[in-house]
Design a protein around this ligand. Structure first.
Ligand SMILES: NC(=O)c1ccc[n+]([C@@H]2O[C@H](COP(=O)([O-])OP(=O)(O)OC[C@H]3O[C@@H](n4cnc5c(N)ncnc54)[C@H](OP(=O)(O)O)[C@@H]3O)[C@@H](O)[C@H]2O)c1
Length: 250
């Protein structure tokens, strides 16, 4: 994708991968808008990155997304890149009926949040001569872990849905890119993940992603760092059963 001269909105820009992408694009001179629920984080990131703009937004709230999109269309008509990155992961036991509340929260955030943000901003993006929608899925879309079933399934949903979106937008000015991270050092599953030596360091992940995004030849619009390729292509490579067993402690 074009790496400069963009106006980029990143959901889930208050921490982890979203913040890393926001700061990387900001350093390249793009206008970056970040969205998230935690106002304190938005304030801190705006102070650390003069010119970056923060918006409080809960992507689980459809009315809030509609109001937010109207505000963006009015105040930031030059927006040409949407990064659907906000997401949550929660452990679930499918044998306890109480997990349904968790499943619903994950589906509303990880799936409906992405579908709704895309629906309300797509008309404005299509009107630009050069636009992109980047959506964060996961290596777990391809090989699930049983301790977070709805999370893994939400990312598999997005992987499928993005393929259809890409075809429907073929011939338009909007590129559809899928960012499928491996396990990365962020707060996604709690503070322990930030220093988990098994997770990829965030700085290394963002740096490799920025190189891949700059490369116009990303096959099928998938942004895959080296470390996630084994999961992504496990089935094709005949390595699915082995990886599934390792992920699920067999
Ligand atoms: N880290 C990994 O190992 C990994 C691997 C594969 C995929 N991913 C994906 O990468 C994306 C970013 O996650 P991360 O690892 O960077 O974790 P993170 O640091 O926990 O970031 C999650 C972001 O999503 C935002 N968010 C969550 N719920 C939201 C809501 N209802 N409304 C608006 N924003 C919301 C959070 O902001 P607020 O709390 O301020 O709202 C935060 O900025 C997620 O989609 C995740 O599934 C991560």
């Amino acid at each position: 994708m074009q790496m400069t001269g963009n106006t980029i909105l990143i959901t889930g820009g208050t921490s982890g991968i979203g913040r890393g992408l926001a700061e990387a694009f900001h350093r390249l001179g793009n206008q970056v808008l970040i969205a998230g629920r935690r106002q304190g984080r938005l304030d801190e990131i705006m102070a650390a990155n003069p010119g970056m703009i923060g918006f409080q937004l809960d992507v689980q709230d459809p009315a809030a997304i509609d109001a937010f999109a109207a505000r963006v269309r009015e105040k930031v008509p030059e927006l040409n890149v949407l990064v659907n990155n906000a997401g949550i992961s929660r452990p679930e036991s499918l044998t306890a009926r109480s997990h349904l509340a968790i499943s619903r929260e994950i589906i509303e955030t990880n799936i409906m949040g992405v579908l709704h943000m895309t629906a309300v901003l797509l008309p404005a993006l299509k009107a630009k001569s050069n636009a992109a929608i980047i959506t964060t899925t996961s290596g777990l879309a391809f090989v699930p872990r049983n301790n977070s079933p709805t999370y893994c399934a939400s990312k598999a949903f997005l992987h499928s849905w993005l393929q259809s979106l890409r075809v429907q937008l073929r011939g338009s000015s909007v590129d559809v890119l899928e960012l499928a991270p491996p396990y990365v050092q962020t707060e996604l599953s709690g503070p322990h993940q930030l220093t988990d030596p098994h997770a990829m360091p965030l700085v290394a992940y963002i740096s490799e992603v920025m190189q891949l995004l700059a490369d116009p030849s990303s096959p099928d619009g998938e942004i895959l760092v080296e470390r996630v390729r084994g999961e992504r292509f496990a089935e094709r490579d005949g390595d699915y059963a082995r990886r599934f067993a390792i992920f699920n402690g067999f």
